[in-house]
Ligand binder design. Structure first.
Ligand code: SF4
Ligand code: SF4
Length: 62
């Protein structure tokens, strides 16, 4: 239900550092099969993951 506020993820940009997994206060991010999976039902759209991602692989919707 939160698909409009969850970050977009670009697998091509991701460096697989997993920093976003640790910073998400909702545990909405998982690292599975060498990529990040966003649980849109847990995400509250805080933007923390996008702000710390060194590769800008996570971006918040407008
Ligand atoms: S912080 Fe960015 S580069 Fe690192 S695993 Fe998450 S999406 Fe990928
Ligand atoms: S926007 Fe916030 S709640 Fe949603 S995945 Fe990123 S850090 Fe987690």
């Amino acid at each position: 239900m939160n698909e409009k506020i969850a970050p977009k993820y670009d697998e091509q940009l991701c460096m697989q550092c997993q920093a976003c997994v640790g910073v998400c206060p909702q545990q909405a991010l998982s690292f599975l099969d060498d990529k990040i999976v966003v649980d849109e039902n847990k995400c509250v759209g805080c933007g923390m993951c996008a702000s710390i991602c060194p590769a800008k692989a996570l971006t918040m919707p407008e």
